[in-house]
Design a protein around this ligand. Structure first.
Ligand code: LRH
Ligand code: MN
Ligand code: MN
Length: 429
């Protein structure tokens, strides 16, 4: 397996940190031991934790006002795969890439070959009927899978079926469908009719799904439609997943809810009714900000993982959610942001593993609200960095991924090979 960052650089950076890490790990191990927790068992779990990198996340993002390109941006999906390989190498947490079609359209066999050079696999395929592709016959300006015009709906269905076909060659096992369909004015669309058209179209896509695939639908409250969206909320999403069948699940993008919505409770509900498919992790302050996971509200991320760990430990039937990042990096080096975001998910996961669940249950049963919440806080307050760093070291990654990445000078190196992409307005990627 090829490694893009020279092993010497990673080893040198690790060597400078290893002795301190061992001390910190042992000391944390001792403290966890006092709480009846075996640190090595937790480390094993972290080593198995995986999150997919979105291909669109490694390019510099932008807003509808402007995009300020970074140096050495990937020119195409093959450059993106190399950037993903760097993230994988240094974090050892991101073995797969999630593609967006048609943004990443290329010969599937070449894609597979390019990824396998670095030991990367492919996660869920993402279709795109929220923008018009070059040369597309019918426009999605007024919708896609719910469009009033049957021919436009057909075109959108065909596109999704094509995504499945590409994914089959790549070894993907899921299709994620997010549509921008909705309305900008009251009265613009008939809610019920639009949803009915959407469901009919989705049934055709579902019929083309291989038996061992899953179909994820992603709800989003607003944007680009600002008055209503067809797949607005988790309730609508749940209806879709139940209408479609056993292979259909809800995908929760953390940025797609109304402010103050209790996302962790949505997660719990979907787990309880066996319809949680997976996540697009990111963070937000105001809307679908697509900020780095854990950068604004790390406690919320922990609370989401608290639900996930609760389900994992209680052996919830069929529980196997897909983890994907979905972020836009406007002012940071996307590789650095994505590495740290993957680590933030691991951190929340480990903190959630540390929750004393027996004690929590007893406090809940005794209506001891204060101690119940303190039980969560005790886990959340634990600095688990030594566990995360040790897991990286044990699996061949970097103790400090950003430090090793900067020491390798990867961005400057690719900047010399990849010509600057023009800046300009608009576009989320
Ligand atoms: C929509 C979304 C969806 C798209 C991605 C680019 O806001 O979250 O997942 O595929 O952004
Ligand atoms: Mn998303
Ligand atoms: Mn989004």
């Amino acid at each position: 397996m090829e490694q893009i960052i020279s092993a010497d650089i990673v080893e040198k950076d690790n060597a400078a940190r290893e002795a301190d890490l061992k001390r910190d790990y042992d000391s944390l191990g001792e403290r966890l031991d006092r709480r009846g927790i075996a640190i090595d068992a937790i480390s094993d779990k972290v080593e198995k934790f995986a999150v997919a990198i979105p291909s669109w996340g490694v390019g510099t993002g932008g807003t509808r006002f402007a995009r300020f390109p970074g140096a050495g941006e990937p020119r195409d999906i093959f450059d993106k795969i190399e950037d993903c390989a760097v993230i994988r190498q240094l974090t050892q947490a991101t073995p797969t890439v999630s593609l967006h079609i048609p943004w990443d359209k290329a010969d599937p066999n070449r894609l597979k070959q390019a990824a396998s050079r670095f030991g990367l696999g492919f996660d869920s395929m993402n279709s795109n009927t929220f923008s018009d592709a070059k040369g597309q016959a019918l426009s999605y300006k007024f919708g896609s899978l719910s469009h009033a015009d049957a021919a436009t709906r057909r075109q959108a269905v065909e596109h999704n079926l094509e995504c499945i076909e590409i994914g089959k060659t790549l070894g993907s096992k899921a299709l994620t469908v997010w549509i921008g369909d909705g309305s900008n004015f009251p009265g613009q669309v008939n809610f019920a009719k639009a949803f009915e058209r959407y469901l009919d179209a989705m049934k055709e896509i579902y019929a083309g799904l291989p038996d061992d695939w899953k179909l994820f639908t992603e709800h989003k409250m607003y944007e680009p439609a600002f008055y209503s969206t067809v797949v607005q909320d988790w309730g609508t999403n749940y209806i879709i997943a139940t209408e479609l069948g056993d292979k259909a699940f809800c995908l929760v993008d953390l940025g797609h809810h109304a402010p103050n919505v209790n996302i962790e409770m949505i997660v719990s509900r979907l787990i309880q009714f066996k319809k949680l498919g997976g996540f697009h992790f990111n963070d937000s302050k105001y809307g679908d900000d697509d900020l780095d996971a854990g950068s604004i509200d790390p406690y919320r991320l922990f609370l989401v993982f608290n639900e996930l760990v609760d389900a994992e430990l209680s052996g919830a039937e069929g529980f196997d959610p897909a983890h994907m990042l979905d972020q836009s990096h406007n002012v940071t080096d996307p590789i650095e942001s994505l590495m740290l975001s993957a680590v933030e998910l691991q951190r929340a996961y480990v903190q959630a593993l540390l929750v004393d669940r027996k004690a929590l249950e007893a406090y809940q049963d005794a209506n001891d609200a204060l101690m119940a919440t303190q039980t969560l806080k005790a886990a959340y307050r634990t600095d688990v960095e030594p566990i995360l760093a040790m897991a990286r070291l044990n699996t061949g990654g970097a103790i400090d991924p950003v430090s090793a990445y900067r020491a390798a000078g990867y961005r400057a190196k690719v900047a010399a090979e990849r010509p600057a992409v023009a800046s300009g307005g608009g576009g989320i990627v």
